[in-house]
Design a binder for this molecule. Structure first.
Ligand SMILES: CCCCCCCCCCCCCCCCCCCCCCCC(=O)SCCNC(=O)CCNC(=O)[C@H](O)C(C)(C)COP(=O)(O)OP(=O)(O)OC[C@H]1O[C@@H](n2cnc3c(N)ncnc32)[C@H](O)[C@@H]1OP(=O)(O)O
Ligand SMILES: NC(=O)C1=CN([C@@H]2O[C@H](COP(=O)(O)OP(=O)(O)OC[C@H]3O[C@@H](n4cnc5c(N)ncnc54)[C@H](OP(=O)(O)O)[C@@H]3O)[C@@H](O)[C@H]2O)C=CC1
Length: 514
């Protein structure tokens, strides 16, 4: 067993956000590599008519946990779901549960957050700032606590171009923001939100920065560390390549392009696509937990989990790799053939939106109406365009993140631990990104779209049909436009005449040339 894995044996671990994308992969890896750990407490809320136990059952029954169940057959006994709602002022944890957590927990991994870019400021402050503050308070009363690891985002300071592993000051103190949320009404909050978030694009990045500041100011004597991942994508290797189970980040847009809805995207082709595989983030998080508990650094260390500085891939190249992957692994029942134009200014964006998004949607809705069905494509397109407008900021900027602490930590690991934590750094993988993107697309097809791989030949046939329709449609359109021009314009008629007579006039020259 590796040094880091051995550290977690017999430990009681508390994870928030364990039902989320990152939290589940973290829990899986902990169980798989440290099956001797004592217990994982997960703070979890009943949701969509499911009890806590049903939610846990669903997680354990997913493909993600197949390996774990072989290695650690009693895994269900080691998960202790604790009913909690981080939106409630007391976190809604019962007295008995609280007692157990305070007396037993050794390590806290705080992953829960609202990651929505359009969250109301009050909601985002509640979860990303106040809940963090409450957890810190709770952690300060944990008698056996060795480390508190907070998951933030590399974009918490996305208003800067170069970002170091430090906490940057916020213009308005988090405490003042927290206080004001108590007495300001929603209308006033709406009015001041743009002023507060300043040159950040949304409430998410703003409140994640406030959350870091709260950690900085209120962690007291706790052993605290902050992880800042960039855009978290499907798994690279562990527990198997391509694991993905939500549409956040690039995944939703990959689906939209693979299904042929997304045909143009305002993006800066030469900007760096700082995608980081979820297992790389999780490996770093687990190593940081070990380092923080064992080495007890004097100050709060921040670790960037990014790919751009080590193994950069540009959006242009990533886009081409995604399109290439669709050739091998097409999605079923595509609306149009996958093809995406990157646009770079307002005019071309609006033009391609009209031509490639709205026009086909209107034509399709007209067809649906004609055939007695309910039109839906325009609504879907408008939602997609709204989503794109929320994500655009991140595909049109590049950042430079320093990774000194991450490098330092990797150098402290044993060779065995280094091997599992350094996947993204390996330049020896010439086709690293291509292989990663192919597995990502395959993962989306299998785990998100739940499409059967046996349907790939049929999907390819469907795309061939769409291509033929596309050619036919373009030829017909050209002929109609041309015919109309010829009927109305003398110049067009002259050009047409010239074209038609050109080869005939050249004919007598041919024998002479021979
Ligand atoms: C030469 C060039 C060739 C080019 C080829 C190109 C090929 C194409 C490849 C494209 C790849 C490029 C991908 C770029 C992606 C960049 C992402 C950057 C992300 C930055 C991450 C920052 C890191 C973090 O710290 S936070 C974690 C990430 N958080 C998120 O991603 C949350 C974003 N989502 C939201 O905030 C909301 O969902 C919102 C506001 C977008 C929509 O909210 P709404 O209330 O309208 O409804 P929802 O119920 O949430 O969803 C409605 C609807 O939208 C669909 N949807 C949701 N999210 C996405 C998404 N990310 N992409 C696409 N679609 C999405 C969802 O499915 C729903 O659809 P329905 O049809 O209604 O079911
Ligand atoms: N995904 C990404 O690209 C990136 C993510 N991050 C950070 O990583 C962390 C995890 O993100 P990710 O896993 O993607 O996010 P998800 O949206 O997948 O998961 C969020 C988790 O938080 C939980 N949660 C939300 N509200 C509450 C609440 N009121 N009470 C209790 N639990 C709650 C959710 O529980 P429930 O299932 O009940 O909703 C879920 O488990 C976040 O801190 C995020 O900021 C950072 C950079 C990039």
């Amino acid at each position: 067993m590796s040094m880091v894995a051995a550290f977690y044996s017999n430990k009681s671990i508390l994870i928030t956000g364990a039902t989320g994308f990152l939290g589940k992969v973290l829990m899986e890896k902990l169980f798989r590599t440290s099956p001797q750990l004592k217990v994982i407490y997960i703070l979890i809320r009943p949701k969509a008519g499911q009890t806590l136990q049903e939610r846990v059952f669903q997680i354990l029954n997913s493909k993600l946990f197949e390996k774990v169940k072989e290695i650690c057959p009693n895994v269900h006994e080691k998960i202790r779901p604790i009913s909690a709602d981080l939106n409630q002022s007391d976190l809604a944890i019962s007295k008995e549960d609280m007692q157990e957590l305070l007396s037993g927990t050794n390590i806290v991994f705080h992953c829960a957050a609202t990651v929505r870019f359009d969250a109301h400021l009050r909601e985002a402050v509640q979860l990303n700032v106040i809940a963090t503050q409450k957890l810190l308070l709770m952690a300060s009363q944990m008698s056996k606590l060795e480390a508190f690891i907070h998951i933030s985002t590399a974009f918490s300071n996305c208003n800067l171009k170069r970002i170091d592993e430090v906490i940057y000051p916020c213009p308005v103190e988090p405490r003042k923001i927290i206080d004001s949320m108590e007495w300001l009404d929603d209308a006033i909050i709406d009015e001041i939100t743009p002023k507060l978030i300043g040159d950040r694009p949304n409430t998410y990045t703003y409140t994640k920065a406030l959350g870091e500041m709260v950690i900085h100011q209120e962690s007291g004597n706790l052993n605290v560390a902050i992880i800042r991942p960039s855009i978290v994508g499907a798994s690279w290797q562990e527990p198997f390549p391509g694991w993905i189970d939500n549409i956040n980040g690039p995944s939703g847009l990959i689906i939209a392009s693979g299904k042929g809805f997304l045909r143009s995207l305002r993006a800066t082709p030469m900007a760096i696509a700082d995608v980081i595989p979820v297992d790389t983030v999780v490996n770093l998080t687990i190593a940081v937990g070990w380092y923080t508990a064992v080495h007890r650094p004097k100050s709060t260390l921040i670790y960037h989990s990014t790919s751009g500085n080590l193994n950069p891939c540009l959006w242009h190249d990533m886009g081409l790799k995604v399109l290439a992957a669709f050739e091998k692994i097409p999605f079923e029942r595509a609306f149009r053939r996958p093809y995406v134009d990157f646009t770079t200014n307002n005019f071309t964006t609006q033009y391609w939106n009209a031509v490639s998004h709205w026009a086909p949607a209107i034509i399709y809705d007209f067809y649906l109406r004609l055939t007695g069905r309910k039109p839906r494509m325009l609504k879907l397109m408008n939602r997609l365009l709204r989503t794109i407008s929320m994500l655009e900021y991140f595909i049109n900027h590049s950042w430079e993140w320093s990774t000194n602490n991450t490098e330092m930590l990797l150098s402290e690991l044993s060779p065995e631990d280094q091997r599992v934590s350094m996947e993204v750094r390996q330049p020896s993988h010439a086709n690293h990104w291509l292989e990663y993107i192919e597995n990502y697309v395959l993962g989306i097809k299998k785990y998100l779209l739940k499409e059967d791989l046996a349907g790939i030949p049929k999907a390819k046939e469907h795309l061939r049909r769409l291509r033929n329709i596309h050619y036919l449609f373009n030829t017909a359109l050209f002929l109609i436009v041309w015919r109309l021009l010829i009927a109305r314009s003398q110049t067009a008629r002259n050009v047409w005449f010239l074209i038609m007579t050109c080869p005939l006039r050249q004919e007598p020259k041919s024998p002479a040339r021979r």
